[in-house]
Design a protein around this ligand. Sequence first.
Ligand code: CP
Length: 309
Amino acid sequence: MNEFYQKDIISIKEFDREKLEKIFASTDKIMQLNSTERRKICKGNTLAYLFYEPSTRTRLSFDSAMASVGGNSLGISDITSSSAQKGESLADTVRIMSIYSDVLVLRHTLDGSSKFAAEVSEKPIINAGSGTEEHPTQAIQDLFTIKKEKKKIDGLKIGIIGDLKYGRTVYSLLHGLGNYDVDVHLISPESLRVRSDSIYEIKKKLSYTESTDIEEYIDELDVLYVTRIQKERFPDEEEYLKVKGSYVVGLDLLKQMKDDSIILHPLPRLDEISTDIDNTKNAKYFEQAEYGKHVRAALLGLILNENGF
Ligand code: CP
């Protein structure tokens, strides 16, 4: 039996290198299949999405991924139009939606929400973002993008810049990178450094430096992963205003980078990457979003087929 069959995806910490490489191989396979072959993979299956926070990429890429493998999707993208508005609990909402579907994709404001949902759901839960904690499928997509664009992950120097305190994609990515031999440079304003409880765990598996200066290692980086300052997670707007616009990646900075370096961003972007960068060969964030659809199609195929595909 395929090891992902009927399994939840709650945290990237559940994925060792071997599992990640299996998902990458399945993603490569999805990308090589023609549309008729792909549509057999999840034919007759239904994905349900339940989003308590806004999303463009994650929700629509799951929707599009499910269609590409022959399944269909239903769900709640605006929680105010659901019975949660009348006070229905997350547990009851999940129980009901798991009756109507084969796999459930959940984004929620609270840390631990997906773990909790998995305890009450009849069907596998995929964490599409839980508070400031994790976004595991984004990290798998990010690692896959690095592997595709740089042809390897081991040996790379990777800068991660921006909001390292509240950005959940950063936490998942750091744990994912912990499976590889990489040097990580964490760059953020002092107040937005990686949270101390997480750095404690990350220290055990990853070699990293911390800095506030984007230029310190810029000429050594193979990958620059840029993140948005997460305004919506600041308890105090004044604190946000102090760090807003701290870093902008523009052409001047790109000139200092290695010719074959790549720039990634989980998106959405505000002003932290200048649009001048978009048409350079180094900008790979739109490709990253596209890979996300294929990675999610592969995950759905693995979760829903006992013997894989
Ligand atoms: N990267 C990401 O999670 O984007 P969305 O918030 O648009 O889903």
